[in-house]
Design a binder for this molecule. Structure first.
Ligand code: 5GP
Length: 190
Protein backbone atom coordinates (compact mmCIF):
# COMPACT_ATOMS: atom_id res chain seq x y z
CA UNK A 1 0.00 0.00 0.00
CA UNK A 2 1.87 3.00 -1.34
CA UNK A 3 0.18 5.55 0.90
CA UNK A 4 1.34 3.62 3.95
CA UNK A 5 4.91 3.08 2.73
CA UNK A 6 5.18 6.80 1.94
CA UNK A 7 3.95 7.69 5.43
CA UNK A 8 6.40 5.25 7.06
CA UNK A 9 9.25 6.78 5.04
CA UNK A 10 8.16 10.29 6.00
CA UNK A 11 7.34 9.81 9.71
CA UNK A 12 8.86 6.49 10.84
CA UNK A 13 11.75 6.67 13.29
CA UNK A 14 14.29 3.86 13.49
CA UNK A 15 15.43 2.74 16.93
CA UNK A 16 18.11 0.26 17.98
CA UNK A 17 17.18 -3.42 17.95
CA UNK A 18 15.17 -3.24 14.74
CA UNK A 19 12.37 -1.20 16.29
CA UNK A 20 10.40 1.21 14.13
CA UNK A 21 8.41 3.94 15.85
CA UNK A 22 5.33 5.16 14.07
CA UNK A 23 3.84 7.02 17.01
CA UNK A 24 2.66 9.95 14.91
CA UNK A 25 0.01 7.94 13.02
CA UNK A 26 -0.36 4.40 14.41
CA UNK A 27 0.87 3.80 17.96
CA UNK A 28 0.28 6.98 19.95
CA UNK A 29 -1.33 9.68 17.85
CA UNK A 30 -3.74 7.97 15.45
CA UNK A 31 -4.40 9.09 11.88
CA UNK A 32 -7.93 7.70 11.69
CA UNK A 33 -8.35 8.67 8.05
CA UNK A 34 -5.24 6.71 7.05
CA UNK A 35 -6.23 3.76 9.24
CA UNK A 36 -9.71 3.75 7.71
CA UNK A 37 -8.03 3.35 4.30
CA UNK A 38 -5.97 0.52 5.81
CA UNK A 39 -9.25 -1.03 6.99
CA UNK A 40 -10.70 -0.73 3.49
CA UNK A 41 -7.65 -2.49 2.09
CA UNK A 42 -8.07 -5.36 4.57
CA UNK A 43 -11.73 -5.51 3.55
CA UNK A 44 -10.75 -5.72 -0.14
CA UNK A 45 -8.39 -8.62 0.66
CA UNK A 46 -10.67 -10.61 2.98
CA UNK A 47 -14.21 -9.63 1.93
CA UNK A 48 -15.04 -13.12 0.59
CA UNK A 49 -14.17 -14.84 3.87
CA UNK A 50 -17.47 -14.12 5.66
CA UNK A 51 -15.63 -12.57 8.59
CA UNK A 52 -17.81 -12.34 11.72
CA UNK A 53 -15.25 -10.92 14.13
CA UNK A 54 -12.01 -8.95 14.13
CA UNK A 55 -9.54 -9.97 16.84
CA UNK A 56 -6.53 -8.01 18.07
CA UNK A 57 -4.51 -7.47 21.25
CA UNK A 58 -4.46 -4.39 23.44
CA UNK A 59 -3.16 -1.76 23.21
CA UNK A 60 -1.57 -1.00 19.90
CA UNK A 61 -3.83 -3.15 17.71
CA UNK A 62 -7.06 -1.54 18.87
CA UNK A 63 -7.15 1.57 16.66
CA UNK A 64 -6.51 -0.19 13.37
CA UNK A 65 -8.70 -3.19 14.29
CA UNK A 66 -11.61 -0.85 15.14
CA UNK A 67 -11.41 0.88 11.78
CA UNK A 68 -11.17 -2.48 10.01
CA UNK A 69 -14.25 -3.65 11.95
CA UNK A 70 -16.10 -0.59 10.67
CA UNK A 71 -15.31 -1.64 7.09
CA UNK A 72 -16.39 -5.27 7.68
CA UNK A 73 -19.41 -4.16 9.76
CA UNK A 74 -18.58 -6.74 12.45
CA UNK A 75 -17.54 -6.40 16.11
CA UNK A 76 -13.91 -6.00 17.12
CA UNK A 77 -12.66 -7.95 20.15
CA UNK A 78 -9.34 -7.14 21.78
CA UNK A 79 -7.49 -9.63 23.92
CA UNK A 80 -6.67 -8.15 27.31
CA UNK A 81 -3.25 -8.28 28.89
CA UNK A 82 -4.31 -7.95 32.54
CA UNK A 83 -6.89 -10.61 33.00
CA UNK A 84 -6.98 -10.46 36.80
CA UNK A 85 -7.88 -6.86 37.25
CA UNK A 86 -10.78 -6.31 34.94
CA UNK A 87 -12.17 -9.57 33.57
CA UNK A 88 -14.83 -11.74 35.06
CA UNK A 89 -16.13 -15.17 34.12
CA UNK A 90 -14.62 -17.78 31.85
CA UNK A 91 -11.77 -16.81 29.55
CA UNK A 92 -9.50 -18.26 26.91
CA UNK A 93 -5.88 -17.34 27.60
CA UNK A 94 -2.50 -17.69 25.95
CA UNK A 95 1.09 -16.77 26.81
CA UNK A 96 3.01 -14.45 24.49
CA UNK A 97 6.63 -13.27 24.51
CA UNK A 98 6.77 -9.52 23.99
CA UNK A 99 8.97 -8.25 21.16
CA UNK A 100 9.42 -4.80 22.65
CA UNK A 101 9.94 -5.78 26.30
CA UNK A 102 11.27 -9.34 26.03
CA UNK A 103 8.95 -10.46 28.84
CA UNK A 104 6.22 -13.08 28.75
CA UNK A 105 2.68 -11.90 29.23
CA UNK A 106 -0.75 -13.43 29.02
CA UNK A 107 -3.54 -12.42 26.68
CA UNK A 108 -7.12 -13.36 27.43
CA UNK A 109 -10.56 -13.08 25.86
CA UNK A 110 -13.89 -13.74 27.53
CA UNK A 111 -15.59 -16.89 26.24
CA UNK A 112 -18.63 -14.72 25.64
CA UNK A 113 -16.99 -12.98 22.70
CA UNK A 114 -15.45 -15.83 20.69
CA UNK A 115 -17.68 -18.70 19.63
CA UNK A 116 -17.14 -21.86 17.56
CA UNK A 117 -19.27 -20.43 14.74
CA UNK A 118 -17.12 -17.27 14.46
CA UNK A 119 -14.93 -16.61 11.43
CA UNK A 120 -12.11 -14.54 12.82
CA UNK A 121 -9.80 -12.11 11.06
CA UNK A 122 -6.81 -11.18 13.23
CA UNK A 123 -5.49 -7.64 12.82
CA UNK A 124 -2.32 -6.23 14.33
CA UNK A 125 -0.10 -3.21 13.91
CA UNK A 126 3.27 -4.98 13.58
CA UNK A 127 4.54 -8.42 12.70
CA UNK A 128 8.11 -8.90 13.95
CA UNK A 129 9.03 -12.33 15.34
CA UNK A 130 5.45 -13.54 15.13
CA UNK A 131 4.76 -14.28 18.80
CA UNK A 132 1.82 -11.90 19.12
CA UNK A 133 0.18 -13.22 15.96
CA UNK A 134 0.72 -16.89 16.83
CA UNK A 135 -0.65 -16.15 20.33
CA UNK A 136 -3.79 -14.61 18.86
CA UNK A 137 -4.22 -17.55 16.45
CA UNK A 138 -3.94 -20.01 19.37
CA UNK A 139 -6.37 -17.97 21.44
CA UNK A 140 -8.96 -17.96 18.65
CA UNK A 141 -8.49 -21.68 18.06
CA UNK A 142 -9.23 -22.44 21.72
CA UNK A 143 -12.75 -21.18 21.14
CA UNK A 144 -13.26 -23.49 18.17
CA UNK A 145 -13.63 -20.47 15.86
CA UNK A 146 -12.18 -20.51 12.34
CA UNK A 147 -9.25 -18.17 11.75
CA UNK A 148 -9.70 -16.98 8.16
CA UNK A 149 -6.47 -14.99 8.11
CA UNK A 150 -4.42 -12.20 9.56
CA UNK A 151 -3.95 -8.63 8.40
CA UNK A 152 -0.88 -6.76 9.54
CA UNK A 153 -0.14 -3.10 8.94
CA UNK A 154 3.67 -3.34 9.00
CA UNK A 155 5.64 -6.57 8.62
CA UNK A 156 9.36 -6.50 9.37
CA UNK A 157 10.22 -9.46 7.15
CA UNK A 158 13.83 -9.56 8.36
CA UNK A 159 12.68 -10.63 11.83
CA UNK A 160 11.18 -13.88 10.55
CA UNK A 161 7.70 -13.79 12.11
CA UNK A 162 5.90 -13.69 8.79
CA UNK A 163 7.58 -16.85 7.63
CA UNK A 164 6.77 -18.59 10.91
CA UNK A 165 3.13 -17.47 10.90
CA UNK A 166 2.61 -18.49 7.25
CA UNK A 167 4.02 -21.95 8.05
CA UNK A 168 0.94 -22.52 10.23
CA UNK A 169 -1.09 -22.41 7.01
CA UNK A 170 -2.85 -19.17 7.99
CA UNK A 171 -3.15 -16.54 5.26
CA UNK A 172 -1.17 -13.49 6.35
CA UNK A 173 -1.47 -10.20 4.45
CA UNK A 174 0.81 -7.27 5.26
CA UNK A 175 0.16 -3.84 3.81
CA UNK A 176 3.76 -2.64 4.15
CA UNK A 177 6.57 -5.18 4.18
CA UNK A 178 9.99 -3.99 5.27
CA UNK A 179 12.77 -6.07 3.78
CA UNK A 180 15.64 -4.29 5.46
CA UNK A 181 16.20 -1.55 8.00
CA UNK A 182 19.52 0.14 8.76
CA UNK A 183 20.14 3.03 11.16
CA UNK A 184 18.77 5.48 8.65
CA UNK A 185 17.11 3.66 5.76
CA UNK A 186 14.02 1.54 5.31
CA UNK A 187 13.79 -0.76 2.30
CA UNK A 188 10.38 -2.12 1.39
CA UNK A 189 9.76 -5.41 -0.39
CA UNK A 190 8.19 -4.97 -3.84
P1 5GP B 1 6.10 -10.05 17.43
O1 5GP B 1 5.29 -10.78 18.45
O2 5GP B 1 5.67 -10.34 16.01
O3 5GP B 1 7.58 -10.21 17.63
O4 5GP B 1 5.85 -8.50 17.68
C1 5GP B 1 4.57 -7.98 17.44
C2 5GP B 1 4.14 -7.01 18.48
O5 5GP B 1 5.25 -6.29 19.03
C3 5GP B 1 3.22 -5.99 17.84
O6 5GP B 1 1.91 -6.25 18.28
C4 5GP B 1 3.73 -4.65 18.30
O7 5GP B 1 2.94 -4.19 19.37
C5 5GP B 1 5.12 -4.90 18.82
N1 5GP B 1 6.18 -4.51 17.87
C6 5GP B 1 7.02 -5.34 17.23
N2 5GP B 1 7.91 -4.65 16.49
C7 5GP B 1 7.60 -3.35 16.66
C8 5GP B 1 8.18 -2.14 16.15
O8 5GP B 1 9.15 -2.11 15.38
N3 5GP B 1 7.58 -0.98 16.54
C9 5GP B 1 6.51 -0.95 17.37
N4 5GP B 1 5.99 0.24 17.67
N5 5GP B 1 5.95 -2.07 17.88
C10 5GP B 1 6.49 -3.27 17.54
Amino acid sequence: MKLLADRIKKDGKIYPGGVLKVDSFLNHQVDAELLYKVGEEFYRLFKDENVTKILTAEVSGIAVASLAALCFKVPMVFAKKNRGSNMSGDTYSQEVVSFTHGKTYEIAVSKEYLKPEDRVLIIDDFLARGNALIGLIELAKQSGATVVGAGVVIEKAFQGGGEMARRTGIRVESLATIKEMTDDTITFAE
